[in-house]
Structures are given as structure tokens and as C-alpha cells.
Design a protein around this ligand. Structure first.
Ligand SMILES: CCCCCCCC(=O)SCCNC(=O)CCNC(=O)[C@H](O)C(C)(C)COP(=O)(O)OP(=O)(O)OC[C@H]1O[C@@H](n2cnc3c(N)ncnc32)[C@H](O)[C@@H]1OP(=O)(O)O
Length: 153
């Protein structure tokens, strides 16, 4: 299988959601597929909100990081960069439509819906057993030199 974008471009990073080097992190992995990125994640018991169902904050983190990588990868392709653009989350919101089962593999899809300059808008959905249980949208901005996130990944 092809390497995840995180392992290919940012193996040393420690982001709680997607940093491969954070021993206590979620280790989210994103892969290009179709017109966006996909992520497959199997929660563990300590990620639950109530027995058998995922905590809402963890759902937010899955969307946050995966949508951020979707924006970063989009800018890399659009601007012909050697690696994903250094984007951070400016804002995002999540709709929790139904309880999300935690003891199975989940699918998170995200795609860019609008982009202007350094600002990229992304939408995502979380699918469990073929059912959409949550949706999200967010704005991600490529930082300039001098920002604390610059050169950190
Ligand atoms: C290693 C892998 C890391 C993975 C990270 C995972 C995601 C994360 O958790 S990142 C951490 C959490 N996020 C942060 O800490 C970001 C904090 N905020 C900031 O640093 C800044 O506000 C930042 C960078 C978002 C924008 O600042 P700046 O670069 O000065 O941009 P600015 O010139 O104000 O705005 C640029 C564009 O973005 C838009 N924008 C800025 N902030 C927002 C916002 N909160 N909501 C919507 N749009 C916004 C502006 O309107 C502007 O749009 P346009 O160009 O169309 O006029």
C-alpha cells in the first residue's frame, strides 16, 4: 500500500491527531483518493464517549487533521510545491448526526470546496458501516514565514 501523506512528508511531527512521532497521538493517516483524501481509523475503548460510541472531541480531531491535510495537499498540487503547504486550522465546525460506533473501522472523506490564495475551505463526512454519522467543514490557511507553525512540518 502507498505511504500515508503524514508518513511520507511529516514523519517527525508530533501533532496529537496526525503526528507519526507522538506516542500518545491518534496517528491519523490520509491518502489521496478520487477528488479528495480518505482516512480510515479504528477507535479504541479509551476514545469512547459512552460505551460502544466515539467521543465527539475525538471526532472533531479526526476531521480537523484530515481536512487540514486535504487543504495542504490541495495547495501542494495547485502550486506545484515539493511538499504539502504549511496549513493550520482557522475555523471548523462539526455536525454530529448520529452516535458513531467506536468498535469498527471508520471512513473519513474530505474534499476542497473552495480555495482562494492561502485560504482553503474543506468539507468532510464520517461514515460508519455505510452510514454518514457526522459532517464537518472548515477553513485552513497556509501560514507565512514567521508563524510558529512555519517549518514545523
Ligand atoms: C504537523 C501537522 C499539523 C497538523 C495541524 C492540524 C490542524 C491544527 O490543529 S492547527 C492548530 C490550531 N490552529 C491554530 O493554532 C491557528 C491559529 N490562528 C492563526 O495562526 C492565524 O489566525 C491564521 C494563520 C489562521 C490566519 O492568520 P494570517 O496568516 O495572518 O491570515 P490572514 O491574513 O488574517 O487571513 C488569510 C485569509 O484567511 C481568512 N481567515 C483567517 N482567519 C480565519 C478564520 N478564523 N475563519 C475564517 N477565515 C479566516 C482571512 O479572511 C483571509 O481570507 P482572504 O485571503 O480571502 O481575505
Amino acid at each position: 500500500m502507498e505511504q500515508a501523506l503524514q508518513d511520507k512528508f511529516a514523519p517527525e511531527t508530533r501533532c496529537f491527531g496526525c503526528g507519526p512521532s507522538n506516542p500518545k497521538g491518534l496517528h491519523i493517516k490520509s491518502f489521496p483518493e478520487g477528488d479528495g483524501l480518505v482516512c480510515r481509523f479504528t477507535p479504541e475503548e479509551h476514545h469512547e464517549g459512552f460505551p460502544g460510541f466515539l467521543n465527539g472531541g475525538i471526532i472533531g480531531t479526526l476531521f480537523d487533521c484530515h481536512m487540514n491535510w486535504t487543504a495542504a495537499y490541495f495547495l501542494m498540487k495547485r502550486d506545484n510545491l515539493p511538499s504539502p503547504a504549511p496549513t493550520v486550522t482557522a475555523e471548523f465546525s462539526v455536525q454530529l448526526l448520529k452516535p458513531t460506533p467506536s468498535r469498527q473501522e471508520l471512513l473519513i472523506r474530505a474534499r476542497v470546496v473552495e480555495a482562494q490564495g492561502r485560504r482553503v475551505k474543506v468539507e468532510g463526512e464520517l461514515v460508519a458501516s455505510g452510514e454518514v454519522t457526522a459532517r464537518a467543514s472548515g477553513t485552513f490557511v497556509a501560514v507565512k514565514q514567521g508563524h510558529p507553525a512555519w517549518g514545523r512540518w
